[in-house]
Design a binder for this molecule. Sequence first.
Ligand SMILES: [Zn+2]
Length: 376
Amino acid sequence: MKLTLKIKLLPTDEQANLLLKTIKEANAACNTISDIAWQGKIFNQFKIHNRCYYGIKSSFNLSSQVIVRCISKVSDSYKIDCKVKRTFKELGGITYDPRILTYKPNDIVSLWAIDGRIKIPFVCHNRNYLPYIKGEADLVYKKGKFYLFQTVEVPDADIADIEKFIGVDFGLTTIAYTSDNVEFSADELNKYREHRQKVRSSIQSKCTRNSRKLLKRLSGKERTHSSIVNHTIAKQIVQSAKSQNKGIAIEDLTGIRFTSKRRNKKFKTKLGKWNFNQLRAYITYKAQLNGVSLVVVPPTYTSQTCHSCNNIGKRTNKVFKCTNTNCKVDTIDADYNASKVISLLAGSINNPVKSTMFCSLHSLSGLKPIRSLVGG
Ligand SMILES: [Zn+2]
């Protein structure tokens, strides 16, 4: 599996100047290459190379390999759309490959800069991934600091063939509720957000240039906070599944336009703007890294079905009520019930015998099994 590792560089002032010069020179070269490509209407990397390599080499202070990367970057940019001329920002990120960037012992990176290679110390918070560094890295200058966004290729752990799954239900007043009866409540988070909202409104009312700057900084801070919350939840769910030797089952919410009553209700709450896609993405990659199988089940009926008797019951806000008088379930937390249904559904998708149980009650068309063993 490919991941991107964020590495912070700690250059001296002199090295920082060299890096800035290098970034500017490379982007200037990209703009010249883009001019030539645009005028000649040639967008293929090989053809651009033939047309302009020697010209660029003689007019810019860049190594051959950096020029090759620049040409590739320009060509890639026209792959997206060749009807508009591409321009490159003076301080935009530039790409390095292993020929111009190598990692040395003791957290030192050696990379090419104008005037030759420089060795810079770095820090990285995910050290476990350092042995898997492979391929390209982007050198990015952001708010006065330099980062490398390095590609790493982590081997997938063997995914066990599993029958039992922890079902995870997203939304409403809880961010996530699992069939193990673990609740990731949104209370704390909503308090934090309400507080933030107040701070923001008071700043907004001032409407000065500084206040706009401050707002921008605050929104960045909030994004970081939500991303940490999502990381923590995903980590706990995956670790719990791994320790119990179970898989994880989540609902397939892609392609759903939130038009049905249930969806509206579920997502128009305070958590309406919560980044569930990010949470799902974190669960997915952490599961894959840990060899935990992940099954995506169709969302139809999960919130209305009783986990015990499979009857369609009634869901009112936080409470699910089973209408089957013979069923032992009377009322249950609606999210908890949904997570249990998701868990059972995942088990039945993986087990044809059990699946008849569900099929007999609900039409199969709505229950198309999607087994997405990530990467498998
Ligand atoms: Zn029931």
